[in-house]
Ligand binder design. Structure first.
Ligand code: TXD
Length: 307
């Protein structure tokens, strides 16, 4: 049976398990350091399966042995942002956690594909790839689906159209310097910059960039978890079903977009082997400059790492 393990059974990890179980994609294992918590959440979710009619085995443990034989490992373990805290503040604490999670899961699932969520996201992807000595195809960061979905939601609300008609593409690091592409984003094929007045569009771009912080400020403890975790489910489904789905993801660049040796949010085609292909848009000078600036922020964060 196909299996997905989730390290970190907190808000995003457990909610991802929920979305995944609903899709009946794979058996699920939850791992966390908090005693009893992954076991309790797994049992609770398992008991929901008869009601929704899904045959999914779900186990929770504080021991990595439960992850044995995973096709996909999702890492959400770490500390979330507190109000006023930047994603970079979390850097070294979370790097140690992600390093351990990578080492331990690889022992039990040497062929797993990794989906990373822990912040600072692009840097944590780098930690997993380096720690595991993994090829770039097997380490993919989740940020872009979320950032793009936020923008899609705002555009749909503004125009009063179905979210299904709105396609948005956000490139860049998962930080406030992310690059929402307004020329490429569209409503039923019409580019956003032709459909929305400049001030409305600028406001949507700004709200998208600060979308994570807006929720952190409202929640007062913890950060967003519904939208980030459904993004994990979409990525896992694309991989397991070999869909070749193109979604914005953080992947390791080797010259694409003029960038080297950095994890960065770009449209990525996902299939059974993980990353199949990076899709390159033609950017104008202004967009390329924004991409460069965002990449420099990610590179600075990696440079601060004590691996
Ligand atoms: O889009 C994105 N990439 C993001 C990322 C969207 C939302 C959240 N984002 C980041 O994911 C966030 O900034 C954090 O770095 C992670 C996890 O966020 P979440 O909201 O799920 O945090 P929780 O609820 O605190 O859950 C984290 C769990 C918690 O249960 C801890 O006990 C556990 O991680 N944890 C560990 N598990 C296993 N092993 C170790 N060492 C460990 N340390 C903490």
């Amino acid at each position: 049976m196909t299996k997905i393990s989730i390290v970190g059974a907190g808000m995003t990890g457990a909610t991802a398990a929920h979305w995944l179980a609903e899709r009946e994609l794979a058996d699920i294992a939850l791992v966390d350091v908090v005693e009893g918590m992954p076991q309790g959440k797994a049992l609770d979710l398992l008991q929901a399966m008869p009601v929704i009619g899904k045959d999914v085995r779900i186990a929770g443990s504080n021991d990595y042995a439960v992850t044995e034989g995973s096709d996909i490992v999702v890492i959400t373990a770490g500390l979330p942002r507190k109000p006023g805290m930047s994603r970079e503040d979390l850097l070294n604490t979370n790097a140690d956690i992600v390093k351990k999670a990578t080492e331990e899961t690889l022992k039990h699932s040497p062929n797993a594909i990794y989906i990373i969520l822990t912040n600072p996201l692009d840097t944590m992807c780098y930690v997993t790839m380096k720690t595991g000595g993994l090829p770039r195809e097997r380490v993919i960061g989740q940020a872009g689906i979320l950032d793009s979905a936020r923008m899609r939601a705002f555009v749909a609300m503004e125009l009063g159209v179905s979210v299904e008609n709105v396609a948005c593409y956000v490139l860049g690091g998962h930080g406030d310097s992310m690059v929402p592409l307004t020329r490429h984003s569209n409503v039923a094929g019409v580019p956003l910059n032709e459909i929305l007045p400049a001030d409305k569009l600028a406001a949507i771009v700004d709200r998208t960039r600060k979308g994570g912080g807006e929720i952190v400020a409202l929640l007062k403890q913890g950060s967003a978890f519904y939208a980030p975790s459904v993004a994990i489910a979409q990525m896992a489904e694309a991989i397991l079903k070999d869909k070749n789905l193109i979604v914005p993801s953080s992947v390791y660049l080797q010259g694409e977009y003029g960038l080297q040796d950095v994890f960065f949010g770009v449209p990525a085609q996902l299939g059974r082997g993980g990353l199949v292909k990076v899709i390159e848009y033609t950017l104008n000078a202004e967009e390329q400059a924004e991409v460069q600036k965002s990449a420099e922020e990610v590179q600075a964060s990696v440079a601060e790492l004590k691996l």
